[in-house]
Design a protein around this ligand. Structure first.
Ligand code: ADP
Ligand code: MG
Length: 650
């Protein structure tokens, strides 16, 4: 080893990813070139951006470009850019380690699953980018010089375990990456030779046509000797001429007329900006004219990324100002509840110097955001009305996120509620919209009934549902954690109140039936008033009231809240998020037609001091808690009590 060459180990996760690339799990090796070009294009974007404040970073007369060189004899392929480049530390941090949480998560999953079970599209979600070069090469050399620095760094690796670093010279800023391609497998007719001109041309055209910088390559052309009339002279002289050609059209796809862009071009562009390997579910493109001018090209992905619910997950669209790239992940342009949208917004009005901090309070940005939200919701509405199946796919992937809009965006609440789909007791599999629910509402039904819970099963098994089921009332089943939250701040839909069947009183059936039931219950309530009081006294710690229920048909008891009380699930959620929440005492409801009530009354009538009354009160409360899928306050004491009562009964 020569002096000045340092060998370093890849970080463990990076090693794992490289291993995956070398023993390529994905059959489309071509994409390594797309990844290199995309990195070069990013590097040029960043240089152009930094040069707004520091024009000296771009040498006079230097044209920003990407150059591809191929050498058939040496079997090398080189991609060179004069972009921002990397410092030595950046090389170590950006190339030698994996910082992105999404990729870490992906690798963790990979460890769980077997290599073979991993759907290839998943890999694409992590922008494995640079490492994909090892699908085609067995040695990769990179020379890079950060703009503004005087020395360059040479990085070299065989992809197995370690890499070397060395200080070298590079005449201008930027990065050169040379792939020493794997030997061609002569036996395999499908093995691709990446030194072939046509192959490079094909890949660039397919994946990188819209890249905003010229991608240049030397093209060989044979010139034949011609006669005065321009005809080729047979047996004449031949000369091989080399000329540099630009392989891509460079036209920003969002500037082109929608009708002129093919579906495939949109898809490729989407993949370029999103690192997703599957096609998007929908494409939204628009040119907004008027006092504020901008173009947008947005995509609704067909699958949720793994970081959708992570705090540091990537979100937001790319922001351009007059065709100059400003930033990735511009969160200010989209509300949280549309964080799954990918795409580009190109403004004619914003200043090139706009910073992330300014964005938050910029009024133009605010207006653009409204515009974007409108376009996305319109597209979703259209999909919902015209492409039901697609919309259901969308809902399955992103419904949980869209629901956040119900409390984040009051202005659009109605529009959003129209888009929501729910599970309901009406069908085991079909989802329903609120509109559909309303058309099915029974005569005299005033509220939209729903129940929140941990899962569909938990809701279906809950005693609260009994009377609704018995009397044929449909109940929406809300089993996403976010349902606990939005139902706290959305009160009605088209004049119908939302009502949790776990809170408040319940009045079902025709007016006549209700009256009758109410009367009977009142009577019973009076008959048992003293007993109910006694049970309440025994459970003072946990409940604020004990009363007879109109929602139970088979279970003996259940717990409910007052209208407007926090549900226990919401309390849990808030506590999990480190918020201080007082415990809301609940109401214990007893089934007036359950034999338990009369038996208790008998004991109570015989002796108000009977110690069993206290035990039974605890048991009734404990089982009501259990029926909700929660733990009784003191599980050990509860189970001792159960045994004790069993012994007494046997
Ligand atoms: P990603 O592009 O998704 O960030 P990559 O693996 O493709 O992931 O690249 C990792 C990082 O290495 C990039 O984010 C960038 O900072 C740096 N990098 C890669 N190629 C270049 C390049 N040609 N010029 C400057 N930096 C680069
Ligand atoms: Mg990349």
């Amino acid at each position: 080893m020569t002096a000045g060459v340092e060998t370093r180990e890849f970080q463990a996760e990076a090693r794992q990813l490289l291993h995956l690339m070398i023993h390529s799990v994905y059959s489309n090796t071509d994409i390594f070139l797309r990844e290199l070009i995309s990195n070069a294009s990013d590097a040029l974007d960043r240089l152009r951006f930094e040069a707004i404040a520091h024009p000296e970073l771009i040498q006079e007369g230097a044209e920003l470009q990407i150059v591809i060189e191929r050498d058939e004899k040496a079997r090398t392929l080189t991609v060179r850019d004069n972009g921002i480049g990397m410092s030595r530390d950046e090389v170590i941090n950006l190339i030698g380690t994996i910082a992105k949480s999404g990729t870490k998560e992906f690798l963790a999953r990979l460890r769980e699953a077997k290599n073979a079970d991993m759907p290839p599209e998943l890999i694409g979600q992590f922008g494995v980018g640079f490492y994909s070069t090892f699908m085609a090469a067995d040695r990769v050399v990179m020379v890079t010089r950060r703009a503004g620095e005087s020395t360059a760094t040479k990085w070299e690796s065989l992809g197995e375990g370690s890499y070397t670093l060395e200080e070298v010279e590079r005449p201008e800023q930027g990065t050169t990456i040379t792939l020493h391609l794997k030997p061609l497998d002569e036996e395999d007719a499908h093995d691709v030779d990446y030194t072939k001109e046509w192959k490079i041309r094909e890949i660039v055209k397919k994946y990188s046509d819209f890249v905003a910088y010229p991608i240049r390559m030397d093209i060989e052309r044979t010139e034949y000797e011609r006669d005065a009339e321009g005809k080729i002279v047979e047996g004449g002289k031949q000369e091989i001429k080399i000329e540099t050609q630009t392989l891509n059209s460079m036209k920003a796809i969002w500037l082109r007329d929608e009708k002129e862009v093919s579906e495939e071009e949109y898809q490729e562009f989407y993949k370029h900006i999103s690192h997703d390997w599957s096609a998007p579910l929908a494409t939204i493109s628009a040119a907004i004219e008027g006092t504020l001018m901008y173009r947008l090209l947005l995509f609704i992905p067909s699958k949720k990324p793994l970081d959708l619910f992570m705090r540091e997950g990537s979100r937001g669209v790319q922001l351009y100002v007059k065709r100059v790239f400003i930033m990735d992940d511009c969160e200010a342009l989209l509300p949280e509840y549309l964080r799954f949208i990918k795409g580009v917004v190109d403004s004619e009005d914003l200043s090139l110097n706009i910073s992330r901090e300014i964005l938050q309070q910029n009024r133009q940005i605010e207006r653009m955001r409204r515009g974007l939200v409108g376009k996305v919701l319109d597209a979703l509405k259209r999909m919902r009305n015209q492409e039901d199946e697609k919309y259901r796919t969308f809902w399955g992937e992103f419904g949980r996120v869209l629901k956040e809009g119900a409390f984040q965006d009051r202005e659009r609440q109605k529009e959003l509620l129209d888009l929501f789909l729910f599970q309901s007791t009406n069908s085991d599999s079909e989802l329903t919209s609120l509109n559909e629910y309303v058309t099915r509402m029974r005569e005299g039904q005033e509220a939209i009934y729903y129940m929140t819970g941990e899962s569909r099963k938990a809701v279906e098994d809950s005693p609260h549902l009994e009377a609704f089921r018995a009397k044929g009332y449909e109940v929406l089943i809300l089993a996403d954690p976010v349902d606990e939250v939005w139902t706290q701040s959305v009160f009605e839909f088209e004049g119908k109140k939302f009502q949790s069947i776990g809170a408040g009183g319940v009045e079902l059936g025709s007016e006549e039936e209700r009256k009758q039931e109410e009367e009977t219950r009142k009577q019973k309530q009076e008959t048992h008033a003293s007993l109910l009081e006694c049970i309440k006294n025994n459970l003072d710690e946990y409940v604020k009231e004990v009363r007879l229920s109109s929602r139970l048909t088979t279970s003996a008891a259940c717990l409910v809240g007052d209208k407007g009380d926090m549900s226990p699930q919401l309390e849990q959620l808030l506590r999990a998020a480190n918020q201080e929440v007082p415990t809301t005492k609940r109401i214990l409801e007893l089934n007036p037609s359950h034999p338990l009530l009369d038996k208790l009354q008998a004991i109570y009538d015989a002796s108000r001091e009977d110690p069993r009354l206290g035990d039974y009160a605890q048991l009734i409360y404990g089982q009501a808690v259990l029926a909700e899928g929660n733990q009784p306050p003191n599980p050990a004491a509860f189970s001792k009590l159960v045994s004790k009562v069993m012994v007494e009964a046997l």
